[in-house]
Ligand binder design. Sequence first.
Ligand code: NAD
Length: 283
Amino acid sequence: MSKLWLVTGAAGFIGCNLASTLLKRGCDVVGLDNFSTGNRENAARLEQKYGDRFRLIEGDIRDPSAVAQALEGVGTVAHLAAQVSVQKSIHDPVETDSINNNGYLGILSAAGKAGVKSFIYASSCAVYGDNEALPLAETEIPAPMSPYAVSKLSNDLYASAMTPLIPGMQITGLRFFNIFGPWQDASGGYAAVIPKWIDLCRAGTRPVMYGDGNATRDFCYVGNVVEAVWKIAAMESPLPHAVYNIGTGVGTSLLDLFDVIVAALKARGLTFSFEGPEKQPWK
Ligand code: NAD
């Protein structure tokens, strides 16, 4: 495995967790992030702990000069930077496409030209639409329901089409399910329901649950994502191109999730003035 990695979106939730583990395991990391949703504290923490071994370039993935600078000497790319909000993608599909497709294609092509060996990028379970038949296989027919989901499916299709054009580079897509873990921004959309509810409970505010609570999601700890990226980069005979689902394969209902959070907080001594969540119809 190459020692120098480029992690785009390194100031974001998954990016800073990945960069932290890579650095702990002896790799050096260049981060590329424009801080549109990323947190400066995530980058500062890594800079403080690892000094020169972590270098954050502030820039946009659509800026060819920032990308060229970030790719210098890099052997493995984890491309995580994206416009991640489904709602924003509905309000501004053109900007989402510009970041998630043009930006992705630019960095993929530049990585090929720069001699990168392994290019691992974040796709999403959103490509499957509302198919809740967990565990989902990668062979399920995609049914994207938002411009965000279309952009992620398009990444997978481009990866397949570009692989023969960049023979020296392994291209792997990872369809993340609902990822949770440390340094997750509680204001970061539906998938951030776990930190959001924890924060509300700790503040003594009754959380809102949309629907009857029986809707299920596949919640997957960010450490599993990090291990998946690590193992793909470490493969001795990798497939030139593959797309993998990264989830647990197990659905958890929102009601069960709420109970787990309450039990965990009670075990830490928190007391509750409310019985359950406040249920509201889906918006
Ligand atoms: P995040 O918002 O915390 O991180 C995304 C990072 O990309 C941010 O730091 C942001 O500033 C940066 N960024 C955005 N646009 C940029 C641009 N044009 N140039 C440079 N940097 C830019 O989100 P996350 O949850 O860490 O998601 C990481 C990746 O995983 C994304 O591609 C997302 O679509 C995908 N994903 C996440 C989940 C989840 O549950 N968190 C699920 C499926 C897929």
